[in-house]
Design a binder for this molecule. Structure first.
Ligand code: PEP
Ligand code: MG
Length: 881
């Protein structure tokens, strides 16, 4: 029976299991699960996240926790035959943090806890290895001082380096017992100098400190920052697992490593990882010794390797997903210390999921749940243009795919600063650590000089979908002056560099890139998703090129063509300005007459690209002033080009200025006050449609009116559009099936949806404007304070990214209900940014929309998210739908 605060595992029996990650953290839940299914795991216990929440709420360990720790330590002593803090065979433990979702921002691991001046001597005797005992002790002091007492790691590293130099050896593994002992003594002095206190000698006290440190690490700056990006809720807290130590540093028949059941970069089915003989866990990730590829373990420790392969395979089958495993071999015997779902590239996720279906491990529906929709657009990211013929300067490890060019920055802070200025940057570091996280998020790519495929940089980049080249040993970085060298080549901060994260190659300058081609695995997965989903997926596309790309990504139509984007192009802008600033209707019409053929040409290209599919064209939306010149010299130049009096023109411009353009003269308000604009757009559209039909293209235009608040606004525009359509069709003798509908993007439109629906063939929710107007929160200004709201938990998500269910979502529900009540069969879609966001898509599915529309690169993610939403119906209680 588990205690109030602690769950035990060991000797084939465990409290809890994989379903208890919320309470035991991912690590604790999986340790318990592994014990239950017979995987060799050292015994231990997990202190729950509930205890962490109590600690964080009251600033002290909860009542009864210490007594339970004592009980579980006693049980651990019985299971291992060792004693904690005393005796001839002392029990040492590792202390590890583990939240429900893996979180690199937190304190990770302390090894060898339980050592002091007495137990180190006993350990040396029990292991018959004095060097081992002192090595364990110095590691413990170093880790405990660093993560629990907050003593900077550098002083310890320097002391170790001095030791290596004195003995003339290359690695810490070659340090002698005598030297390690002297290093440990010096470490105590470092701790005393930094903290003003002696290093804690009582093992039980060490354990309490470590538990408190793990709990406290939930709230460190970098943990918060990670949660913000990974969208992990603030209130969850972390669990602490205390596990009996097994030792990978007991000589040539011991070792430690990490393994992935499939290659996390490609998905290839092959045990993949890194390993070190005679080492403890942190040696593999620290980059201080170069780990061996896991294959080498087959020669070094053949039996343990065979066992590892068997265990890895059974874990993968048991979990039905690629696993990331930590293991230790103690004198030939294998122990697993952790298993978790492997972080992998999108390519690896897709390939592994599809191949696991072929292997009979997964059903097709399960495969859809193994791939994160948000990750998919990684697969669609650019590669180096094969025609570019660039010669690499150097090659590192291909740690996370995609190709990217950017300007070099050498600190995380400058990455953040430069990115905020709109620069595309590549963060170049010796190696990265959790402190660099914000800089990594801001960068387009990451290059490190040290560290392997499982280094911090590699793991974080894969999770973020960033291109990363790791462990490029010819890279040197300098902070003063800020510069980087790659072999012979010198770069200053700000110089351009190009990375290919799929090959590990590094190039000077900007190398051109090309769009990728989806793989066969991707196509199969997408086909399963298409079979499963009910929601249609369209794209927001404004140009024929966008439309072609969207179609290649599987878009089933265009859900939003923002026609104003066509107005900004090239020399058109002056004609548009002439139209807006026209002194009378005649002059306005002349300008519109010149715009008409240009618009027609645009629409013709889009119809061709979307042959047979619906194309939703939205009439002009943005505030007029966006088209107009601002600086006085620009106004004068325009007056000259248009042959107008500058003073008169300035007066007219002044009258068009608005103090709140987002809520001003835009959308349907333009078409209402200047119906000639809508008439021109409708004519261009229907003439292009008739023309396309003449060329054998099948067209399905849907005309959409933006920013409607009042039913009559919509009805007038609808009538105007239908009149133009009728006259074009009559003149050409060609009939076109078309729809006219409206955006629902203002609260008033949502509330009066019943009246609007009477005349509308469809609604498309403009959730960008609907969010801004529901919150009364300007889209353009929210960035300055919204992150604070999310960080403080006032809002769970950025509502411009994931739909706010309570407010905006409620308005969507009201509009759906009232719209469909007035007009059964009313077609419903969404074309705000939320149309590409998986959580929002789940809501749109449940609300009964017909389709979502998103940017072309998000189309595959939306297809997968829509399928996952359908799958959710099988498990969701009916009342939630
Ligand atoms: C919207 O408001 O959601 C929308 C799609 O329109 P825009 O972003 O162009 O205002
Ligand atoms: Mg809008």
């Amino acid at each position: 029976m588990p205690g109030r605060w602690i769950y035990h595992f060991g000797d084939g029996v465990a409290d809890g299991g994989r379903g208890d990650a919320d309470l035991l953290g991912g690590k604790g839940a999986n340790l318990a699960e592994m014990v239950s299914i017979g995987v060799p795991v050292p015994p231990g216990f997990t202190i729950t996240t509930e205890a962490c929440r109590a600690y964080l709420a009251h600033g002290a360990l909860p009542d009864g926790l210490e007594a339970e720790v004592d009980e579980h330590l006693a049980l651990l002593e019985r299971q291992t035959g060792r004693t904690f803090g005393s005796g001839p065979d002392p029990l040492l433990v590792s202390v590890r943090s583990g939240a429900a979702a893996s979180m690199p921002g937190m304190m990770d691991t302390i090894l060898n806890l339980g050592l002091n001046q007495d137990t180190v001597v006993a350990l040396a005797g029990a292991a018959r290895d004095e060097r081992f005992a002192w090595d364990a002790y110095r590691r413990f002091v170093q880790m405990h001082a660093d993560v629990v007492l907050g003593v900077p790691a550098r002083a310890f590293e320097e002391r170790l380096r001095a030791g290596r130099e004195r003995l003339g050896v290359a690695t810490d593994a070659d340090l002698t017992a005598v030297e390690l002992r002297s290093i440990t003594e010096d470490f105590f002095a470092i701790v005393a100098a930094a903290t003003g206190c002696e290093f804690p000698a009582d093992p039980r006290g060490q354990l309490t400190l470590a538990i408190e440190a793990v709990f406290g690490s939930w709230n460190t700056e970098r943990a918060r920052s990670y949660r913000r990006v990974a969208r992990i809720p603030e209130h969850l807290g972390t669990a602490v697992s205390v596990v009996a130590m097994v030792f990978g540093n007991l000589g040539a028949t011991s070792g430690t490593g990490v393994a992935f059941t499939r290659n996390p970069a490609t998905g290839e089915r092959r045990l993949f990882g890194e390993f070190l003989v005679n080492a403890q866990g942190e040696d593999v990730v620290a980059g201080t010794r170069d780990p061996l590829a896991l294959d080498a373990m087959a020669d070094a420790l053949p039996e343990a390797y065979g066992e590892l392969r068997r265990v890895a395979e059974s874990l993968e089958r048991h979990y039905g997903d690629v696993q990331d495993i930590e293991f230790t071999v103690e004198r030939g015997r294998l122990y697993l210390l952790q298993t978790r779902t492997a972080k992998r590239t999108a390519a690896a996720a897709v390939r592994a999921a599809v191949e696991m279906v072929d292997e009979g491990v997964l059903e097709e529906a399960d495969a859809l749940l193994r791939v994160d929709p948000d990750q998919l657009d990684q697969l669609l990211h650019p590669r180096l243009d094969p025609a570019a013929e660039a010669r690499p300067l150097a090659t590192g490890l291909p740690a996370s795919p995609g190709a990217v060019a950017g300007r070099i920055v050498v600190t995380a802070e400058s990455a953040v600063e430069w990115a905020a200025r709109g620069e595309q940057v590549i963060l170049v570091r010796e190696e990265t650590s959790p402190e660099d996280f914000d800089g990594m998020v801001a960068a387009r790519g990451i290059l490190t000089a040290r560290g392997g495929m499982t280094s911090h940089a590699a793991v974080v980049a894969r999770g973020l979908g960033l291109c990363c080249v790791a462990g490029a040993s010819s890279v040197r970085t300098r902070e003063d002056p800020r510069s980087v060298s790659v072999g012979e080549h010198e770069f200053s901060e700000g110089d351009w560099i190009t990375l290919d994260g799929s090959t590990g190659e590094i190039f000077a300058g900007r190398v051109p890139t090309t769009d990728p081609e989806p793989s066969e695995h991707f196509d199969r997965l997408m086909a399963w998703a298409d079979r499963e989903r009910r929601l249609g997926v369209r794209a927001n596309a404004d140009t024929p090129a966008d439309a072609i790309r969207a179609r290649a990504f599987g878009a089933e139509g265009i859900g939003l063509c923002r026609t104003e984007h066509m107005f900004f192009e090239g020399e058109r802008i002056d004609t548009v300005r002439e139209m807006i600033l026209a002194p009378d209707d005649g002059a306005r019409q002349r300008a519109l007459d010149r715009l008409l053929p240009m618009q027609r040409e645009d629409f013709a290209g889009i119809f061709r690209a979307m042959d047979g599919l619906p194309v939703t064209v939205r009439l002009l939306d943005p505030p007029l002033h966006e088209f107009l010149p601002g600086a006085p010299e620009e106004v004068d130049a325009l007056a000259q080009r248009l042959g107008r009096d500058p003073v008169e023109l300035r007066g007219r411009l002044g009258r068009l200025r608005e103090s709140n353009p987002m809520l001003g003269h835009r959308g349907v308000r333009l078409g209402t006050t200047f119906p000639a604009i809508s008439r021109m757009q409708a004519r261009a559209l229907f003439e292009a449609a008739v023309d396309a039909v003449g060329k054998g293209v099948s067209v399905r235009p849907e005309v959409m009116i933006p920013l409607v608040a009042i039913a009559e606004e919509y009805t007038r525009q609808m009538t105007l559009v239908r009149d133009v359509a009728e006259s074009v069709m009559q003149a050409s003798g060609v009939r076109i099936d078309y729809l006219v509908g409206t955006m629902i993007e203002l609260p008033r439109a949502a509330l009066t949806a019943g009246r609007i629906a009477a005349d509308a063939d469809f609604f498309s929710f403009g959730t960008n404007d609907l969010t801004q107007t529901t919150f009364g929160l300007s889209r353009d200004d929210a960035g300055s304070f919204l992150p604070f709201y999310v960080e403080q938990g006032l809002l769970e998500h950025d509502p411009f990214r994931t739909i706010d269910l309570e407010g905006v979502g409620e308005l969507v529900c009201i509009a759906v209900e009232r719209g469909r009540a007035a007009r059964p069969g009313l077609k419903l879609g969404v074309c705000g940014e939320h149309g590409g966001d998986p959580r929002s898509i789940d809501f749109f599915h449940r609300t009964g929309l017909d389709y979502v529309s998103c940017s072309p690169f998000r189309v595959p993610a939306a297809r997968l998210a829509a399928a996952r939403a359908s799958l959710g119906d099988r498990t969701r209680p009916v009342s939630q739908g």
